[in-house]
Design a binder for this molecule. Sequence first.
Ligand code: UGA
Length: 436
Amino acid sequence: MDPDPHVVVVGVGYVGLTAAACLSSLGRRVTAVDVDEARIVRLNSGEIPIFELGLDRLVLDGLHSGRLRFAATYDACSEADIVLLCLPTPTTATGELDLSYVEAALDSLRPTLRSGAIVACKSTVPVGSQRRFTGYLDRPDISVAANPEFLREGRAVADFLEPDRVVIGVDDENVGRRLAGVYHGVDAPIQITDPTSAELIKYAANTYLAAKLSFVNEISRLCDDVGADVSEVVAGLASDHRIGPSFLTPGPGWGGSCFPKDTRGLAAAARAAGHDLPLVEATAASNEIHFDHLVSRILQLCPDIGQRVAVWGATFKAGTDDVRDSPALAIIDRLRRRGVDTVVFDPVAATAGIPPPVADDLYSTCIDADILVVLTEWPEFAEADMHKVAQLLRSPTVYDSRGIISSRAAARAGLTLHRSGRPLRRLDDATESRWS
Ligand code: UGA
């Protein structure tokens, strides 16, 4: 193990910046490289371009201690022991992943890297990419590794420093041990395996979690039909230790930059290998059905076309400013296509990412609306003044897809609170505590 490896992180998006800042906080020497010069200038002056809890302090500490540097050129790579590729792999119009950013980085690294360096890919890439990148780099004296990342947006720092596991996929175990040394101080077991298995672990983990959510959302839909209470059903499921409580909170459907892309990616990998994976295909299809179900429920509660729906939440979950593949936007889009007038408020999402009209604050969204629909679980929504909401709404109806609004507060304000998978008669204080 190198006692003090020089780590170069390529790409300062949320994965790269988090990795760079966290590794410097663990005592590594880190240079983070990005071709976006403006971003590098801002980072070197201590300006953090993304919204991620605790990240700003780690970046400032790293800059201050001198263990973290930002650079707009690949010069630092000539000194690198380990290079972590944290580049975007967007989906193309044909549904494949665009690996051009990774390949462009490999082009820049090829003439620069010193012999014996390790290039580890943290970006989510198709199964088989480590082999492809090894061939593409064409430097037999450099090892290429798969090192998938399991960070959640909004909890990236905590997830990096205390993950459930670190997965390293390598052809040579000694290389795996050297790469594992970079994570010295991270509180987690390290699994060293072959590259293809490492790449598949990432897809399988995200798809499994998405399947869990599609399943609980299906149960929630059934509860709506048969009059059961999904919070009771989930409490009974979660107490079986083989099932467990995580990732079982019903919501408006799942989204974000990873689950939709990775479920599609796993299905595509299977098809390319000559197999269909029906459970994987159904996971995504079920999520689309869930969006339609929510729209039907909202329209049932607000039947006249031309009415106004106030929406709280645009990001794909709380704790992030990200609206990519957001369930909220999918539902707003479906409502608008059905001729419903919607007005949206989100406390963090950039207005540019939300289809207008966008309200300035959570209360003005409600003015003259016929129903308030909660689509993201921001804490300020749970803490909102329900009396004020009741005064502003034209009709005292709230649909809470996240189960965060207090039934007691809503009842006191004279509001009728509808929640996914929960009959009105069960909205008492006892059942309210199920999600807390
Ligand atoms: C996800 C994975 O959780 C990370 O492990 C992975 O590293 C990351 O993708 C990635 O591949 O980069 P993230 O996209 O940040 O992380 O979002 P999650 O917190 O997993 O939430 C995904 C979606 O599921 C959101 O729309 C969220 O609202 C929804 N969700 C989550 C629920 O509806 N209910 C739950 O109980 C949990």
